[in-house]
Design a protein around this ligand. Structure first.
Ligand SMILES: *[C@@H]1O[C@H](CO)[C@@H](O)[C@H](O)[C@H]1NC(C)=O
Ligand SMILES: *[C@@H]1O[C@H](CO)[C@@H](O)[C@H](O)[C@H]1NC(C)=O
Ligand SMILES: *[C@@H]1O[C@H](CO)[C@@H](O)[C@H](O)[C@H]1NC(C)=O
Ligand SMILES: *[C@@H]1O[C@H](CO)[C@@H](O)[C@H](O)[C@H]1NC(C)=O
Ligand SMILES: *[C@@H]1O[C@H](CO)[C@@H](O)[C@H](O)[C@H]1NC(C)=O
Ligand SMILES: *[C@@H]1O[C@H](CO)[C@@H](O)[C@H](O)[C@H]1NC(C)=O
Ligand SMILES: *[C@@H]1O[C@H](CO)[C@@H](O)[C@H](O)[C@H]1NC(C)=O
Ligand SMILES: *[C@@H]1O[C@H](CO)[C@@H](O)[C@H](O)[C@H]1NC(C)=O
Ligand SMILES: *[C@@H]1O[C@H](CO)[C@@H](O)[C@H](O)[C@H]1NC(C)=O
Length: 329
């Protein structure tokens, strides 16, 4: 009787500890089965790289594109860039619990990013550019707190940019260009103080440009060109972007004047406002931005004289001001 009770108790304890046990106790064999699942999900491997190379007769850490940690010998990086692979990413990839780098750029992966990838707590670099991924940009990406670089460019992502991306406090590069993302740019995005480059060009984003609520000392590139953004550029947008080098807002529906705060961006090399509905004059302070190489302000409603301070921009190689209402010389 006593024994039966003890057995039952043990069984219950065992039963309830089992799920956590099996989730935490992963080994290189877990990594191997995740990669074999990925291999099963290719429908085409034109160079036969993985079909031949990813064989259980060799250690996983020696497989093509796979790197392992030197101490724990678990898969830390998977680089399948440019192999012409066609297929989907299986949920099993979420079991690669030591993965910090996942590169699948320049292939033909399709369908969505499996939610199980949200288990990859160590992921720093996720590069899915130039594939055929579709569906929404998942909001669980915002829970990958180690993420530094997120490349989802040149895919078929639709829907809105999740607000949660603003929680990625280590994010440096966000590249979503050439998708079909719509809606407005979430106000959270300029709240990421580590941001270096943000490229949302060639989508169908609308609404106005969010303001920049804090100093973004590392931000070098803002490219929102070729969308449907409207309204004024926020007045104080450039108050705390001292290292901005490229600003591309062309091919939108922006109106209003060039904000004076822009002239605080002393490092600016490229300014593109081409093809908008902007008005007012080109301020003389443009001559203070001595690093400028390219100015594209054509096809707007700018007026007045072109400031002669422009001649002091010794690095300037291209100045496009066509189709405005400029007067004078
Ligand atoms: C698989 O690829 C790796 C890395 O390129 C190489 O070192 C190894 O010899 C290959 N193995 C086979 C069986 O082709
Ligand atoms: C890995 O992930 C898949 C799908 O998410 C799951 O079915 C499988 O049991 C997991 N565990 C191991 C150890 O492979
Ligand atoms: C993808 O392919 C293009 C064209 O061949 C190449 O320029 C680019 O560097 C490749 N991207 C990566 C990340 O290797
Ligand atoms: C996209 O990747 C393919 C290979 O899958 C490559 O041929 C093509 O040049 C790449 N396109 C761009 C724009 O990099
Ligand atoms: C910006 O970040 C701060 C903390 O760093 C947080 O309190 C605030 O809610 C965030 N705002 C937005 C719009 O995400
Ligand atoms: C952009 O906005 C205009 C006018 O509001 C609208 O007619 C057009 O369909 C929009 N284009 C896209 C690609 O959303
Ligand atoms: C901008 O340049 C003008 C001379 O063209 C100078 O008088 C002015 O102080 C400069 N402004 C700033 C903020 O550097
Ligand atoms: C230039 O000004 C005229 C007269 O004010 C106006 O009719 C025209 O639309 C303006 N053109 C541009 C490109 O702003
Ligand atoms: C150009 O810069 C020089 C030296 O800083 C200054 O003396 C001159 O007034 C400037 N010219 C214009 C047109 O701003």
């Amino acid at each position: 009787m006593g024994n039966t009770f003890l057995n039952l108790a043990l069984l219950i304890i065992f039963h309830f500890s089992m799920p956590t046990f099996s989730m935490k106790f992963t080994t290189i064999l877990t990594d191997q089965s995740a990669l074999l699942a990925l291999k099963d999900h290719f429908i085409h491997d034109p160079k036969n790289v993985l079909t031949i190379n990813w064989s259980t007769s060799a250690p996983v850490c020696n497989w093509f594109g796979v790197s392992c940690g030197s101490k724990h010998r678990r898969v830390t990086a998977l680089d399948l860039t440019g192999l012409g692979l066609v297929g989907t990413l299986p949920p099993h990839l979420g079991n690669l619990s030591f993965l910090s780098l996942l590169f699948v750029t320049n292939n033909s992966f399709y369908s969505g990013l499996p939610v199980q990838l949200s288990n990859l707590r160590r992921l720093k670099y996720l590069s899915c550019g130039n594939n055929s991924f579709s569906g929404e940009i998942p909001s669980w990406l915002g829970s990958l707190t180690e993420l530094r670089r997120l490349f989802l460019y040149q895919n078929n992502f639709k829907g809105v940019i999740p607000f949660s991306l603003g929680y990625l406090s280590k994010l440096e590069i966000l590249s979503l260009y050439e998708n079909q993302v719509s809606g407005s740019i979430p106000s959270s995005i300029f709240n990421v103080s580590s941001l270096q480059k943000i490229d949302l060009s060639d989508n169908t984003l609308s609404g106005s440009i969010p303001s920049v609520p804090r100093a973004l000392l590392s931000l070098e590139l803002i490219d929102f060109a070729s969308n449907n953004l409207s309204g004024h550029i926020p007045k104080d947008m450039f108050d705390h972007l001292p290292n901005l080098k490229e600003l591309s807002l062309g091919l939108n529906l922006l109106s209003g004047t060039i904000p004076a705060s822009l002239f605080k961006c002393k490092e600016l090399q490229l300014l593109s406002l081409v093809y908008n509905k902007m008005e007012g004059s080109l301020p003389i302070e443009i001559g203070n931005l001595s690093m400028l190489q390219y100015i594209y302000i054509g096809r707007n409603h700018f007026e007045g004289e072109i400031p002669k301070q422009i001649v002091n921009l010794t690095l300037l190689t291209l100045f496009d001001c066509c189709q405005n209402n400029f007067t004078g010389e």
